[in-house]
Ligand binder design. Structure first.
Ligand code: AMP
Ligand code: ZN
Length: 501
């Protein structure tokens, strides 16, 4: 019997708003798609929370012995500054401002993203497709929608006809809206607009003469719409209907709503069975976002160099901090919460280290009550994670287990009083949930608290040296750190970050 048969998963499906028992399309196989980053700047800690959520979800499916195909894309074209199909393409804009080729921007930030994922022990997906690698498929689906009369061309761009789609379907099914409501909100169209109605969205956009990212199409040179790329890449690798689609809560509307409409319109099938949305990381109750100016980079977090931080924290302590709340709740950042998380994380890691050195002793005098208690805790880990991936409750169970591990070490719960079987299952479950499911391992030496704190201190001294116009000292700090493999980068407004070469 596979573990997933023993511990069926229930999850909150954003489509129904209810907890449902997960039933995969193909027995024993999970197909999951998560919207990846738009690679035009560095990922901030809020983005990390979303990717961490789905890392744990995919890890747990694998732990339960499902075969998982996890697709997470790279958005390297088509994401405009504004959700209403207005503004510049984010990557093209960055390339223009920095006088780079768009693909230089894409490569730089994709590598930075991968490094951050590695630091937080977020595993790579099975497939990481990019939007620019799927232009042909995006043109094909646009043609298909035009043929079906569900899209129209206007001045070299193509838009999805939401009202027509809505005659036989419900546009707004995921986000609980309807088109009448949507028609009342937002900017009114003027005679400059290409769209027939403001609820329509772009499948293909005509490239203006200065636009640098462009491809030939039946409608002239242009580039694909952001929503379309996810429909194309998810269905190409997972099928016209697949199991799970995830992303941050802020993508529910319009991005995911449009994906449902396009997919259904193109194939006649409901594209996704379960929608999972992770909630936002907030700062003083406000969503962490670059545009609000309340975001910070992982490197600033490790070094403690951002004004919101009292000191630096290692990535594993931060991972633990995020796992302490359920993915569907908002999580507010604070120094106090990080400090508490660091303590909690160390406690659990100490138990990991102790347990690794323990072997079952076994004897004829088994303490039945203790044996039963350990078996209960072992099962409880599975029950809590299978209950909508409740990492918060799972950590609470691991704390209880950690208490028993300390008792074993102290001799108040002698190993001889536990059966081989119970002890082995207890050990495998504790280590399996810590390392494989929650991805919590010892902080890497490189990112250790002391090292990060020391670099943070040197950065502060360098800022002071610069402010005092002591440039020989500020250069010395930069150059000496470089010799040690620590690269200091000067940002705007005197901000400094670092990376390991
Ligand atoms: P973006 O590159 O802006 O499209 O964002 C990448 C992912 O990060 C998306 O799934 C967003 O929903 C998610 N995200 C953005 N800001 C936050 C935040 N403050 N907390 C959690 N997730 C976020
Ligand atoms: Zn997407």
């Amino acid at each position: 019997m596979k573990k997933f048969e023993q511990y069926p998963i229930s999850l909150t499906n954003s489509l129904s708003g209810k907890k449902e028992v997960f039933k995969p399309i193909h027995p024993g196989f999970v197909g999951m798609y998560v919207c990846g980053p738009t690679v035009y700047n560095n990922v901030h800690l809020g983005n990390v929370r979303t990717f961490l959520t789905f890392d744990v979800v995919s890890r747990y499916f694998r732990f339960l012995e499902y075969k998982v195909r996890y697709v997470r894309n790279i958005t390297d074209v088509g994401h405009l500054e504004n959700d209403a199909d207005e503004g510049e393409d984010k990557i093209a804009k960055k390339a223009r401002l920095e006088q780079l080729e768009p693909m230089e921007v894409v490569k730089h930030y994709t590598e930075g993203f991968h490094e951050v994922m590695r630091q937080f022990n977020i595993l790579p997906p099975s497939i990481e497709p990019s939007a620019t690698g799927h232009i042909v498929e995006q043109i094909e689906i646009t043609k298909n929608l035009l043929d079906k009369g569900l899209a129209y061309e206007s001045n070299g761009s193509v838009y999805f006809n939401v009202r027509k789609y809505n005659q036989e379907n419900h546009y707004g099914i995921l986000s609980g809206r309807n088109i009448e409501e949507l028609m009342e909100s937002g900017r009114e169209l003027d005679n400059q607009d290409e769209k027939r109605e403001k609820i329509d969205f772009a499948l293909w956009k005509k490239a203006s003469p200065y636009h640098i990212m462009r491809w030939p199409s039946p409608w002239g040179e242009g580039f694909p719409g952001w929503h379309l790329e996810c429909t194309v890449m998810s269905t190409k690798y997972l099928g016209e209907t697949f199991d799970i689609h995830g992303g941050g809560m802020d993508l529910k509307f319009p991005h995911h709503e449009c994906e449902i409409a396009q997919g259904k319109a193109a194939t006649g099938k409901t594209p996704v069975n379960y929608w999972l949305h992770s909630n936002m990381l907030t700062v003083n109750g406000q969503k962490m976002s670059k545009s609000l100016g309340n975001s910070f980079l992982p490197s600033e977090l490790f070094a403690g160099t951002h004004s919101l931080l009292d000191r630096g924290y290692g990535p594993m302590a931060v991972r633990f901090f995020m796992l302490q709340s359920h993915y569907s709740s908002t999580l507010d950042f604070s120094n106090e919460a990080l400090q508490a998380a660091e303590k909690g994380f160390k406690k659990l890691i100490n138990s990991t280290n102790l347990l690794k050195k323990m072997d079952p002793a076994g004897s004829s005098a088994i303490n039945q009550a203790a044996d039963t208690e350990l078996s209960r805790l072992t099962k409880e880990c599975y029950f809590t994670m299978s209950d909508d991936f409740n990492t918060a409750k799972t950590l609470a169970v691991l704390f209880e287990m950690s208490g028993r591990i300390n008792d074993m070490k102290a001799g108040t719960l002698p190993l001889e009083s536990l059966s081989h079987n119970t002890f082995n299952e207890f050990k495998n479950t504790y280590l399996g949930f810590m390392e494989n499911v929650l991805g919590l391992k010892e902080e890497e030496e490189q990112n250790s608290e002391i090292l990060n704190g020391t670099i943070g201190l040197l950065i502060d001294l360098r800022k002071k040296a610069k402010a005092d116009k002591n440039f020989s000292l500020s250069d010395k700090i930069r150059d000496d750190l470089k010799k040690l493999g620590v690269q200091i980068k000067d940002g705007k407004d005197g901000e400094m970050t670092f990376s390991f070469d």
